[in-house]
Design a protein around this ligand. Sequence first.
Ligand code: APR
Ligand code: PHB
Length: 391
Amino acid sequence: MRTQVAIIGAGPAGLLLSQMLGLEGIESVLIERQSPEYVRSRIRAGILEASTVELLKQVGVGERLAAESMEHRGIYLQWPGERHHLDFVKLAGRSVSVYGQTEVTKDLMLARERAGQQTYYEATDVELHDVGGDSPYVTFVDASGQPQRLDADAIAGCDGFHGPSRKAMPEAEQRTWEKEYPFAWLGVLADVAPSTDELIYAWHPDGFAMHSMRSSHVSRFYLQVRPDEDINAWSDDRIWAALTTRLGAGQHGWKLETGVVTEKSVLPMRSFVTTPMRHGRLFLAGDAAHIVPPTGAKGLNLAVADVALLARALTTWLRDGSEKLAETYSDTALRRVWRCTHFSWWMTTMLHRHGDDFDAQLQLSQLQRTIASEAASTELAENYAGLPIGY
Ligand code: APR
Ligand code: PHB
């Protein structure tokens, strides 16, 4: 079997790339390890930058997004006794939208089904071959147990942190940077109306807490926990008690509504970057090349920004015969990757309890500064609401 672009991984990066290539008349085949039901039901973060929303609309997957997403002007930053609103629209001229990554994925899957392009779900033993040469190919075993070979002009590695694409890069040329944080998030989904109009990021001596949302009747919460935290130690009552304390319910008349917890899980926190993002005819995009801790809500947005560049680079190469953008893809993408890596690290280290009481005082001073100075709050707003694609 032959195609123009073999895409490994049907997460948001792979699905969006296939959609954008399809619009330019470039054919692709998607190879995904999981089943479509599994991909459709994975719970992930939910904040879209303005440029992400714009791009999804431009490429024809913005209809449900426009109808169902909630536009937020900013966020609340808080610490004991104080809660402050940061207005991104005023500070940076851009808003953000609340729309779950799960929903983005569903919209993209539907678009791909409609486009009638080939997708192999439940593929096993996915291997990349000859990525440095002119005739790369992918081998795998399809869902019915048949061995397959897919020849392509280019391979897009959109297979997340654990996928095989990054490992197919020559080790001698790769450089990686990694940081594990000494804490994790307990993520909680609950059937309860949000107790806030916009997201709350809270510093607390007991650890970070966040109040996010998915809709007018579903809320999403996070609590800082230990990386080896036993999820069974967190009963629903303990979760609500911790959220009540850390989010400051009872202060200034604010109340936290509670409801039925429908899902809870522990999420590790790490920063990871690998370079280059291209070798020969293999291109990495999204979590395959970089991971950020979720505190700045950058993971999905960064994957989308990579794909915007990669779709253009592959189109000009495979359709128009110019390799120029393919040659600059890695360096261009990495400028934004490192910016978002810094921002996510900065938000994470400012808001999570770690170190000693001296560190806590520095965090509180940084939070106060971020609110008090327009220059400091604008810096947060510009990064959070998102830099223009191609930054
Ligand atoms: N073969 C085929 N597919 C694979 C393999 C494999 N061996 N290994 C992993 N995959 C698939 C995964 O099942 C997943 O569907 O690759 C896909 C990668 O998708 P994501 O992990 O969602 O990564 P990406 O598309 O880059 O999206 C980035 O997702 O993880 C979040 O925080 C991240 O929000 C960010 C976004
Ligand atoms: C989420 O809603 O899941 C979410 C929101 C903001 C973040 C991280 C996660 O920074």
